[in-house]
Design a protein around this ligand. Structure first.
Ligand code: AKG
Length: 287
């Protein structure tokens, strides 16, 4: 594995086994969010043994005939999700499993909404029983070959990332690394992304990135990473992987969504006041 010039945090990322967390009686979501940084939750199979059944074969049986969207990339670095191709899930599994890793192959079925494309998988997720039911959320499925990298970026949601098959490596950096990572412009199509690659650092182009520290975390199957909002992450797969993640909205996102939904109401109220305001009778001169 590549490890050049990585400036690591002195202490390891906090971790706890899922059983220990559940036995503590603490609410998992509250504990994660109050910690204000990522948390690695290990050994989820001790609590949810059926999560261990997720494998390429399990998915082929459940969703083999579906036509899926697969991202393509020229380099194996998936930084923008522009290019995609479509194929049956079974064909995709055959492609990947025939000779993996194959450095020439640059395909990734990443970030596919389960409720929209694979609703039959929803009852097999289980872990989401531990998360609040009243918070809008999305479940995404990731299945890809070794050799893929998702470039360094951040997301504004709470992200519970469940590793189900094969290991995945995350490089994580705190939100305040923002200015040192010189992200793309807020007006670009992918504004939450930096072109700095900590595994191939270009310090001539990104001189301030020398100051950026990382946690280097390898998730084994059966572990869950709570990825706090706005944390930078770059993600590498070295063999076939299956992951699921559950995105939950933060209070800020819920407020923004709320105000967008309310917009037609605000607009009607505003127009109502200006266009349809009751014409008050002019006061009579005699009174
Ligand atoms: O697993 C990956 O390749 C990327 C995951 C990711 O970027 C995310 O969950 O936000």
């Amino acid at each position: 594995m590549d490890n050049c010039d990585l400036n690591l945090y002195a202490e390891p990322l906090p971790q706890i086994s899922l059983k220990e967390l559940v036995d503590s009686g603490d609410d998992l979501f509250t504990r994660c969010v109050e910690g204000k940084k990522p948390l690695l939750i290990t050994k989820a199979y001790e609590v949810f043994p059926s999560l261990a059944t997720w494998s390429p074969e399990f998915l082929r049986q459940k969703i083999g005939s579906k036509i899926i969207h697969v991202m393509t990339s020229k380099t194996g670095l998936f930084q923008e999700y522009y290019d995609e191709t479509k194929m049956s899930f079974s064909d995709y599994v055959n492609e990947i499993e025939a000779d993996n890793p194959n450095p020439a192959r640059k395909l990734y079925m990443g970030s596919q909404p389960v409720a929209q494309f694979f609703p039959e998988l929803l009852p097999d997720i289980h872990f989401d029983n531990l998360l609040p039911k009243d918070r809008p959320g999305l479940r995404d499925l990731w299945y890809g070959p070794g050799g893929n990298t998702t470039g360094l970026h951040f997301d504004p949601q709470y992200n519970f990332f469940i590793q189900l098959y094969g290991p995945k490596r995350f490089l994580l950096s705190e939100p305040s690394s923002f200015s040192n990572l010189s992200p793309r412009s807020a007006f670009s199509t992918y504004p939450r992304v930096t072109d700095f690659n900590p595994l191939k650092p270009d310090f001539t182009r990104f001189p301030k990135a020398r100051q950026v520290k990382f946690y280097d975390v390898t998730m084994e199957p059966g572990s869950i990473l709570y990825l706090a909002p706005y944390w930078w992450h770059q993600v590498m797969s070295y063999s076939t992987i299956i992951s699921l993640n559950i995105w939950l909205e933060t209070p800020k996102l819920m407020a923004e969504r709320g105000s967008l939904q309310m917009f037609p109401t605000y607009l009607k109220a505003f127009l109502g006041k200006t266009l349809f305001a009751e014409k008050r009778p002019k006061k009579s001169a005699q009174t």
